[in-house]
Design a protein around this ligand. Structure first.
Ligand code: AMP
Ligand code: GLY
Length: 424
């Protein structure tokens, strides 16, 4: 069986790594992949959002199954295009992926099926957005409507900050088209939790709850990033909460989209804020999270390929999805300056140290140049430790992190600490 994974970050490395463990021994391709993925799959130099070139490749190479990692190709309609050509693909259609690609649409769906979320208003005129900021209580959250790689959100504690965020997005176009429309949202104070689920449009199978660390610095300081680390299972995602999120959030959304004529097939990601025990939706994504995938997939006991095929063939109700009774912690190592400007091409040290089943180095932004692995992105590596407890998993992850390095490398030192403190 030939499988193409689309993407080239830490999430895709984790997906390829998991698929490579299948006893069915699939032949793996990845577009565009990275220096780490290259040890497990044939990397194909096609950009993840070049839908036409991906389709041509899949037809030419007779690929049996395409698995989409990132949001961009989904938002461009790769799943629609492939299904029209009778090519098997794991991922939602363009219409269903709007749940992520348009925050305004996502709020409409949530309102339709009565899902608790922050109250929000969307604006396409700067003057109206600024007038709203003036009246609203603080803090206030300003979000670009479209895709901005996790960086399109500003939590403003002053009106000046909020106004600047509005002007930057709408007039200065710092997020390009994605920020022409903004959403201004009530601030929710609580604890964040990610619950992703596999769904074939009918059955919803939640994964283990994970917690991401969005801010660049220790103690949740500094700017928002794509994600600086994660751990799973997150203790606040108790079995009761997971069931509640499945029944009251994930299933209603999946059913609602089906009723609207846009059934969702793939991974539905709910970014939640738990406020006094009640889950509120901050955002939906139409794909697996990064870095959440790097902690959740290593704990999946059922073969990933079996799950993916059950989704694609609409028979997820017939599969029991099981998890290992372990914990995982992933620490993301970034280029100095990220999420702002940073340098590429820096040689990475320590990759040849032993990795084993308990310490896995997932590559995110890496490439090979003149026989060396060098940095090629803001998030460079995601180092996952797997242990019997979160404490052990954290210990293992940082042990491996300390063996790695590159100039101006940065990482947070407090991944999973919130959960570890709470359990003491
Ligand atoms: P989003 O891309 O919408 O998930 O937002 C990115 C991050 O901003 C979230 O993970 C939260 O940390 C924070 N955030 C977003 N919306 C809110 C909100 N309404 N209240 C508090 N924090 C928020
Ligand atoms: N870790 C957040 C995301 O993947 O959107």
């Amino acid at each position: 069986m030939k499988i193409l994974v689309v993407g080239g970050g830490g999430r895709e490395h984790a997906m390829v790594w998991k698929l490579a463990q299948s006893p069915r021994k699939p032949i793996l391709f990845c577009a565009p992949g990275n220096a780490g993925i290259a040890s497990l799959a044939v990397c194909v130099p096609i950009k993840a959002d070049d839908v036409a070139a991906l389709k041509a490749f899949v037809i030419r190479e007779q690929i049996d199954l395409t698995v989409v990692g990132p949001e961009a190709p989904l938002a461009l309609g790769i799943a629609d295009e492939f299904r029209r050509a009778k090519l098997r693909i794991f991922g939602p259609t363009k219409a269903a992926a709007r749940l992520e690609a348009s925050k305004t649409f996502s709020k409409e769906v949530m309102a339709r099926v009565s899902i608790p979320t922050a109250t929000a208003k969307s604006f396409d005129k700067t003057s109206e957005a600024l007038a709203y900021v003036d009246q609203h209580e603080l803090p206030i959250v300003v979000k670009a409507d479209g895709l901005a790689q996790g960086k399109g959100v500003v939590i403003a504690t002053t009106r000046e900050q909020a106004s600047r965020a509005v002007i930057d997005a709408m007039d200065n176009a710092v997020f390009g088209e994605a920020g022409r429309q903004v959403l201004i949202e009530q601030f929710l104070d609580g604890e964040e939790l990610t619950i992703m689920a596999f769904t074939d449009g009918r059955t919803v199978v939640p994964m283990l709850p994970a917690q991401d660390h969005k801010r660049v610095g220790d103690g949740d300081s500094g700017l928002n990033t794509g994600g600086m680390g994660a751990y799973a299972p997150a203790p606040i995602g108790t079995p009761e909460l997971r069931l509640r999120v499945t029944r009251e959030i994930l299933e209603p959304v999946v059913q609602g989209l089906s009723r609207m004529g846009s059934p969702f097939q793939g991974v539905l990601y709910a970014g939640l804020m738990i406020v006094k025990g009640v889950p509120y939706v901050l955002e939906f994504n139409a794909r697996m999270g990064d870095p959440e995938t790097q902690v959740v997939l290593p704990l999946l006991k059922t073969e990933l390929l079996d799950v993916i095929e059950a989704v694609v063939d609409h028979r997820l109700d017939q599969l029991a999805v099981e998890w290992h009774d372990h914990a995982a912690v992933c620490v993301v190592m970034t280029a100095g300056g990220y999420p702002g400007r940073y340098e590429n091409g820096l040689p990475i040290r320590g990759l040849d140290f032993e990795s084993n089943r308990q310490m896995i180095v997932f590559h995110a932004g890496t490439t090979e140049a003149a026989g060396r692995v060098v940095t090629a992105g803001g998030r460079v590596l995601g180092v996952t430790g797997i242990g019997k407890s979160l404490g052990e998993a954290k210990e293992l992850a940082y042990r491996r992190v300390k063996q790695l390095g590159f100039d101006r490398c940065h990482y947070r030192t407090d991944i999973a600490d919130r959960a570890l403190r709470a359990s003491r």
